[in-house]
Design a binder for this molecule. Structure first.
Ligand code: ADP
Ligand code: MG
Length: 452
């Protein structure tokens, strides 16, 4: 029996594509084909081991499912790596630059809704660190106002929150030109409100914010301690919510840790769907770099990609910034940079390590959990202090490697067994509790960003 492999693979791809984001699809399925089918085993050619891992692990279900519909007897898929001819490398770098300009021509903002058209679901790369948030955002864009309302996405800086919440707006805009959409930062909302008081246009302000079908409020941690603005926002929220309009929020931490957030607003936030974005693993950072590199029509060798991914581990914005610098300088030089040149670029980008002290950690934790510093270092077993104190012990041990007796002494004259217990407990809990893990990551961020 002869089989038309090309046709079968094409049909399989048509079936696979809708299940995967465009960016992921374009990268992992590029230059793939079926090369052989024998006795229930299909052999799929892939261009590199990253594509093989993605197809064989992450997308196994889709690939196998699609092929089984086309070849009912199939039992198994094997992958072989065949590097495609390096067309890219042969092209003059200038030409690559032109292509990039064409592909990413000046973007026109949707000024009315305040959406950046670049932030779409198609351009959003999905991996395990953000897949829950992505799924929730996508679901909201399909069932506006009725499924997860409000949607609350939290996580550290540069991890894709703004991208994701604007993607909801862009998706709605694409499908419904008449939908009333507004993206706004909480700071801008606050300024709008203050201006409307000064200009005596408060009525217009109220009407404006109550008419949206989708209101996206970014970085709501800036509402912290602004009680008058929170009150105004509370009314806007209720009006929209009661009219079954969708509200989407982002924040750098979960609502219960936004200091100075009114209880009734907090409980509104918590009443909907809360999802987090965490940090990408090394493999995920490499995958992101590869996808972004392809989108820029550029090809850097594995060695450089690995180096960047290993040394920039904070967030995606910085990862992309480093990639852009390396690509930019390669274009200027008319050749791909060498590793030592890349090392120089990354060295400049990675911030010098701040000096962190016990006092600094205690202070950061007391601010984050909104408790008094002295409560953390006092002898008390009050429940709201116990957990932050255990986290303090854990972070001090983890960051400063200080002895257990000393840690115990610094935090309320506890003996060393208490400190050992706390460190063990938190290390164990982090593995089971994603939210705790995120909290600790946020805290580490804060500690290092504000260290002395
Ligand atoms: P945050 O709002 O969490 O600080 P942003 O949404 O501003 O982060 O993301 C920072 C940059 O990284 C943006 O340019 C964004 O497009 C990019 N980015 C973040 N996450 C992803 C992703 N999953 N796929 C593609 N690009 C991403
Ligand atoms: Mg943001």
């Amino acid at each position: 029996m002869t089989m038309d492999f090309e046709k079968i693979w094409k049909e399989a791809l048509v079936e696979i594509e809708p299940n995967i984001s465009k960016a992921n699809f374009a990268t992992w399925f590029k230059d793939t084909c079926i090369s052989k089918y024998d006795n229930g085993v299909a052999v799929v050619k892939v261009p590199n081991n990253f594509a093989r891992d993605y197809l064989a692990d992450k997308y196994y279900k889709f690939v196998f499912g699609a092929l089984r519909n086309l070849i009912p007897n199939i039992r198994h898929i094997e992958y072989i790596i065949v590097q495609p001819p390096q067309e890219q490398a042969k092209k003059p770098l200038k030409k690559q630059a032109n292509e990039e300009q064409m592909g990413f021509s000046e973007l026109n903002m949707d000024t009315e809704a305040n959406l950046n058209p670049k932030y779409t679901f198609d351009s959003f790369i999905v991996a395990s660190f953000n897949e829950v948030a992505h799924a929730a955002a996508l679901a909201v864009s399909k069932q506006l106002g009725s499924l997860y309302n409000p949607l609350f996405i939290y996580g550290g800086v540069g991890l894709g929150k703004t991208h994701l919440i604007q993607a909801i707006g862009n998706e709605i805009r694409k499908n419904n030109k008449n939908a009333k959409i507004q993206y706004i930062t909480s700071e801008k909302f606050a300024n709008d409100y203050i201006n409307s008081i000064q200009n005596k246009t408060i009525q217009a302000f109220k009407e404006k914010y109550r008419k949206y079908n989708l209101l996206i409020v970014d970085d709501i941690q800036f509402f912290s301690d602004k009680l008058k603005i929170q009150e105004e926002f509370f009314h806007v929220f209720n009006a929209l919510y009661d009219g079954s309009n969708q509200i989407v929020f982002s924040s750098d931490k979960p609502p219960q840790y936004v200091v100075g957030l009114e209880e009734r607003l907090r409980s509104r936030f918590e009443g909907g769907m809360m999802v987090d974005v965490s940090q990408p693993s090394l493999e995920e950072r490499m995958a992101i770099l590869r996808i972004k590199m392809q989108q820029k029509f550029f090809n850097l060798p594995d060695e450089l990609i690995n180096y960047i991914a290993e040394n920039i581990n904070e967030n995606i914005r910085e990862l992309e910034g480093a990639l852009n610098s390396v690509i930019g300088q390669s274009k200027i030089k008319g050749r791909i940079l060498h590793l030592p040149e890349v090392e120089q670029i990354i060295k400049k980008k990675v911030k010098p390590i701040k000096i962190v002290t016990i006092d600094h950690i205690i202070k950061t934790i007391s601010i984050y959990y909104n408790i008094e510093e002295k409560n953390l270092t006092e002898k008390t077993r009050r429940q709201e202090v116990v957990k932050p104190r255990q986290i303090a012990m854990y972070l001090i041990r983890d960051n400063l490697k200080i002895s257990y007796p000393h840690i115990g002494k610094s935090l309320g004259q506890k003996d060393h067994t208490t400190a050992i217990h706390a460190v063990k407990k938190i290390s164990g809990d982090i593995k089971k509790d994603k939210r705790l893990e995120q909290e600790i990551n946020n805290l580490k961020d804060l500690i290092y960003k504000t260290g002395v």
